[in-house]
Design a protein. Sequence first.
Length: 265
Amino acid sequence: MAFVLFAVGFLTGCGNEKPSGVATQRLGVPLQQEFSFDLGNGVKIEFILVPAGEFMMGSDNGGMDEKPLHKVSISKPFYLGKCEVTQEQWETIMAENRSRFRGVNLPVEHVTWSACVKFMDALKSKWPGNVFRLPSEAEWEYACRAGATSTYSCGDSDTALGEYAWFDKNSNNTTHPVGQKKPNAWGLYDMHGNVFEWCADVYEPSYDSAPTNGTARTKGKENNRVIRGGAYESPTSKLRSAYRCWAYPPVRVRSIGLRVLLETP
């Protein structure tokens, strides 16, 4: 019996069309490691399978909002966009593009949190029954680390970071086409740098009472939302896997974009 994969400082702090390469799961047969959906007009979005597992979230050596260091269990694998959502992908689904840096393969930016949610809803409408959404910050950090416990997914030193990320020292103060640098160990590109990525969580200044099962924190004293990963204009300290930042949901900033999460059955 087959299961078809259900195929997601300003005011900041810090259809039924079949997808191409549709992924299926049979009892005893692993999920596909990567596949893509055709968004229309030959524009595709690629996904990488992120396995279930446990990791230590946060840092004892970072900011106060990265504490306490705590264990998080990701009980179910999920698919995450291989790259940040591009302007071409965004325009194909949303029929508009307000990005400040223009280019089909540049990451879309200048998008509000609610616009990102609408993007996910549009994907759901195109493929009913599938669950597309923004990742929780726990899922984001887990995917960024890709099994590493170091400061960055590529090690503790920022010496090699230029091979994996666009940031203040090498970006020429602009975004760059996605997927040009090296991916992390799980095959995900630009998890460090290029643009910050919206997450589902409400921002709180510590991990006290945060979920430990990988789900998003959706209630808090304020409505600010978490952004992760650092950007083209960020120093290396803001590209750390544990680094947390926030933005006011209606804000449009040229350094904030998104990445899609697709739930597995």
